[in-house]
Design a protein around this ligand. Structure first.
Ligand code: HDD
Length: 712
């Protein structure tokens, strides 16, 4: 388990958790009642071969505990990975919010973050094409605040009423429980093609955002418009953003599929290893602030969670940073039992009437009751706040506190009126007093009806390589559907975003884009509604493009934690290796020696080096770049092992940087690279700084067209 190596004072939440840690080192085994145990291998029997006796309380305790080890996995976001850390504020935003976390720059607020996929079960692959959950629990001095977001800035649906339909459509089909952790099937596209509000989130899922290189390299978004409330009681609308310090980077779909086989824990392992190595993941927190008077300024409704506010219209103001510096001690106790609730807020932050958010305020508490077994889940160590709690809620399953006194009601005089109420000036929460004067009505606001402008803006804003990935993803996903009518309806819907995109996908499917759709497809809005009729007049103050939506404009500065596969066998050149290793490691990259066998390899200076992976146990998709030092004997060996050739070919196909020195060139002459030595990310006896720059660039996407034509 990683300790914080920064020597900073211990975070209050870690101190709190320490009270619950159970050391196992140097301890004698006992029963749950403290009885010392001298045999945990044999049950109590009548005779050595006889039947087991009912009397055996040791057997009963061990087996019943085991029988009840599992709790229901989360209905969504079942697969996740978590870590502890802290949040620091760069500058006070007291003008907008009175929250201590947003005004006190001297605080280090403890956090626990959990990242997740949505659709798959707890044991499913990390590299599914999916939205990623990005949930952060802030243990603040005023109570716990949970920001329960995703790695995409918008959601599929506009009203919580549709959530069970959405999830039932994407989950494995109920008759056969297939497919696991995949949206590429009939029920999902049946639903989304008839529910066009899903289109915006859907096209984000078709983009590279849905297959991140690392959890540490993805953005996070609060999605809904929230409110910030200052100490004068004034409200501003706000959207929350997390920006990763390492930039936003993804793998290709071909890699994702292969990583799922090579290491289905790829993201979980990467997060754990980075924290253990002291390469603490960092994200900056940003806010987009919209004054109350601008509520109706935009071509979309701020309360509609399927819309984003382009950063080009309202810039993201960076206000602080989250650092994750400690792995959990126990996955179940912390990562599994952590309960995030969008309803956990603190004074200075408040909700809006976004109908999706409003429904979430109910659902998350409700789900914990069955998942964690009762209303006292806030007492589980990972969930308990760092401030004291006192109220008249009592009893229930697994009450861990022992509330004292004769009274459990308010008002009371016997208990001295305690726990007493607080005034606002003493930090009490007070809901924002929004004026609402309306009819009670079960319908969708017309201001939510534009389902196509923002997906089109997103697609227009992508670079050519990103657009190609979207087209490929749609072709793959729809190609997995068995119903032609669903495929055609989707083609019609995609054509509303971009005709060329729909044409490319149609070609891949071997179908035509239908000119009209006969059935009413927008049943989310009303039984007979046609989506064309739902579109607002095209007044378009939309941007031509929003560069902030494209990963082509992310940060390409760092090679920290990038995994460099160094292919070696006995006799490899120590001089070349030493120079490259020193440079890349000085910038935080991780060098991994891959050899024909495990154990050790000997360099040409007769030193032994530990092999990190034997070639048969690893795959090129697990690395960011390849380096091959020279050394005649080493290269002769590598050339004779065919997996090294396919390893290099595959890395080349995935547009990764490849560097070779001296005889290393002989090895790449046996690969596709031989014909592309002038490629911008292929380096032969070149300066290591150029190689490092290419690694920081993540991929050479200019190679994509060539790469697509190569078989591996
Ligand atoms: Fe949700 C879990 C994010 C809409 C109902 N959701 C869950 C988690 C994340 C999100 C990150 C996992 C938290 C963790 O790591 O434990 N959900 C979102 C976002 C949404 C959203 C960003 C839209 C903006 N969710 C949403 C709706 C509903 C739910 C509309 C229901 C009406 N979500 C749940 C849930 C879960 C959950 C069933 C499952 C486990 C849990 O809550 O604790 O209640």
């Amino acid at each position: 388990m990683a300790k914080d190596k920064s020597n900073s004072p211990k975070l209050k939440k870690i101190e709190d958790l320490e009270a619950s840690y159970k050391e196992m080192d140097n301890k004698a085994m006992t029963t749950n009642q403290g009885l010392k145990v001298n045999d945990t291998n044999n049950s109590l029997k009548s005779g050595t071969r006889g039947a087991t006796l009912l009397e055996d309380f040791l057997l009963r305790e061990k087996i019943t505990n085991f029988d009840h080890e599992r709790i229901p996995e989360r209905i969504v976001h079942a697969r996740g990975s978590g870590a502890h850390g802290y949040f620091e504020l760069y500058e006070s935003i007291e003008e907008y919010s009175k929250a201590g976390i947003f005004t006190d720059v001297n605080r280090k607020t403890p956090v626990f973050a959990r990242f997740s996929t949505v659709a798959g079960s707890k044991g499913s692959t990390d590299l599914a094409r999916d939205v990623r959950g990005f949930a952060v629990k802030f243990y603040t001095e005023e109570g716990t605040w949970d920001l329960v977001g995703n790695n995409m800035p918008i959601f599929f649906i506009q009203d919580a009423m549709k959530f069970p339909d959405l999830i039932h459509a994407v989950k494995p089909e109920p008759n056969k429980e297939i497919p696991q952790a995949a949206s590429a099937h009939d029920t999902f596209y049946d639903f989304v093609s008839r529910t066009t509000e899903t289109l915006h989130n859907q096209i984000w899922v078709m983009s590279d955002r849905a297959i991140p290189r690392s959890l540490r390299m993805m953005e996070g978004f609060g999605i809904h418009t929230f409110r910030l409330i200052n100490d004068k009681g004034e409200s501003h609308f706000v959207k929350f953003h997390w920006k990763p310090k390492l930039g936003v980077h993804s793998v290709t779909w071909d890699e994702a599929v292969k990583i799922s086989g090579a290491d289905s824990d790829f993201h979980r392992r990467d997060l754990w290893d980075a924290i253990e190595a002291g390469a603490y993941p960092e994200w900056e927190l940003g806010v987009q602030i919209v004054p109350e008077e601008d509520e109706f300024k935009y071509d979309f409704d701020l309360l509609d969670p399927t819309k984003l506010i382009p950063e080009e219209l309202v810039p993201v103001k960076i206000i602080g940073k989250m650092t994750l510096n400690r792995n959990p001690e126990n996955f179940f106790a912390e990562t599994e039992q952590v309960a995030f609730l969008p309803g956990h807020i603190v004074p200075g932050i408040d909700f809006t009437n976004d109908p999706l958010l409003q429904g979430r305020l109910f659902s998350y508490r409700d789900t914990q009751l069955s998942r964690l077994g009762g209303p006292n889940f806030h007492q589980i160590p990972i969930n308990r706040p760092v401030v004291d709690t006192h109220n008249n809620q009592r009893d229930g399953k697994m009450q861990m506190d022992i509330p004292k006194g004769q009274t459990a009601y308010f008002p009371n005089s016997i208990g001295g009126g305690c726990p007493h109420l607080s005034k606002m000036a003493e930090g009490a929460f007070h809901s924002y007093e929004e004026r609402i004067d309306a009819n009670k009505i079960r319908t969708r606001s017309e201001s939510f009806n534009d389902h196509f402008s923002q997906p089109a803006l997103f697609y227009r804003s992508l670079s050519a390589w990103e657009q190609q990935h979207v087209a490929d993803a749609y072709t793959f996903e729809l190609g997995k559907c068995n119903h032609q009518d669903i495929q055609e309806r989707m083609l019609w819907v995609v054509a509303q975003i971009d005709t060329d995109l729909a044409k490319q996908v149609a070609k891949g499917l071997g179908l035509e884009i239908p000119s009209t759709i006969e059935q009413p497809i927008n049943q989310a809005i009303g039984a007979d509604a046609k989506v064309e009729d739902q579109q607002p007049p095209k007044k378009k103050n939309y941007l031509d493009a929003a560069p902030s939506l494209s990963q082509a404009h992310t940060k390409f500065e760092s090679i920290a934690t990038r995994q460099i596969a160094v292919l070696v066998s006995d006799g490899f050149s120590m001089t070349n290796f030493k120079a490259v290793k020193a440079h890349l490691e000085s910038k935080g990259a991780v060098i991994q020696l891959i050899a024909p066998h495990g154990g050790q390899v000997t360099c040409d200076e007769n030193m032994k080096h530990k092999v990190d992976a034997a070639i048969m146990t690893t795959e090129s998709v697990l690395y960011d770049a390849i380096y091959i030092p020279g050394g005649k004997k080493s290269i002769t060996d590598l050339k004779s092992t065919s997996k090294f050739i396919s390893f290099i070919n595959e890395a080349f196909k995935h547009c990764k940087a490849i560097a070779v020195d001296d005889e290393g060139e002989d090895l790449i002459d046996k690969t596709y690279v031989a014909d592309y030595k002038d490629d911008a990310a292929v380096f032969i006896n070149a300066d290591v700084t150029a190689f490092a720059k290419a690694i920081a660039n993540h991929r050479n996407w200019d190679r994509m067209e060539i790469a697509d034509s190569l078989a591996v």
